[in-house]
Design a protein around this ligand. Sequence first.
Ligand code: TRP
Length: 340
Amino acid sequence: MNTIKKNTKPTLLSGIQPSGNLALGNYIGAMRNWVSLQKDYNGIFIVVDMHAITVKQEPAQLRKRCLSFAAQYLAAGIDPQENIIFMQSHVPQHAELAWVLNCYTYLGELNRMTQFKDKSKRHNDNINAGLYTYPALMAADILLYQTDLVPVGADQKQHLELTRDLAMRFNNAFSPTFKVPEPFIPKEGARIMSLQEPEKKMSKSDSNENNYIALLDPPDVLVRKIKRAVTDSGREITPDSMKNPGTGNLLTLFAVLSELTPKQTIQRFEGKQYSELKDELADALIAFLEPFQKRYDKILSEKDYLTNILEEGAEKAQYIARKTLSKVYRKIGFVAPGRS
Ligand code: TRP
């Protein structure tokens, strides 16, 4: 009997802005979850280049970084056979749906977005309209694909709430059109903090490169960054070290890389000097990142390989996106092309 297996897996979608260098925080907070969830979901992973230009970018660098990010998604273990990986700007439906959603988003909603407020402070010479309406573009990214689950960091929760509100608003105003997505926010436990200022999150867009571990940092840079990382003024690891922002962050990093619980990590280091923790952590980082970097180099050395994956990804994405967008256009009253 000819049985066609129906694909019933739910859809998972996420994206990272190609700004700065992908950092260990991105891997632990996001990409690692993408990889572990991919067998149970249809994964859609986007390099959101259109979001990146809401702050100033140098064109040559942006171009290079976009490809580098896609290669790093693959190097992290996203299987291009099983998932859709593409550049946002290769799928014009994102901009198109974003426009429609802009017309259903209230200024009051955008005014509340904390990321807009933060970024306007940090880039106060360039508070542009795109930065302001960016949440509508993000909602379009998600809603085009009838997404079930969106794994994001806690800082994106507000944008996801707005996405859900927009989906419900549209569905109520017309008829069910969009699936209302659920956020997937990893547990606080594994939050990786800045190496120099451990009160704030490790961020790839940090202006101080010593604050984060880039996934592509070579071994000597890794060693240097860990050596310079701040700890408290003590010398030896005690059970209380976990509570100190700097020392605790290094212990957490070690725990995550070695798949140990915080308790096991303390047991392992109790009574040891901070310098020993740093040496062991640097070794663990190198061992962890080396195979990743090898895979990355291999992917980039086969130029067509990546180009083909992105081309295929954009095609598959457009196929889904077109369906949603044409429904939207019909419901809001646009005349279908070729039919008057
Ligand atoms: N706004 C997200 C961030 O800054 C990136 C992003 C854009 C995204 N579109 C998305 C994340 C869709 C998840 C789903 O981190």
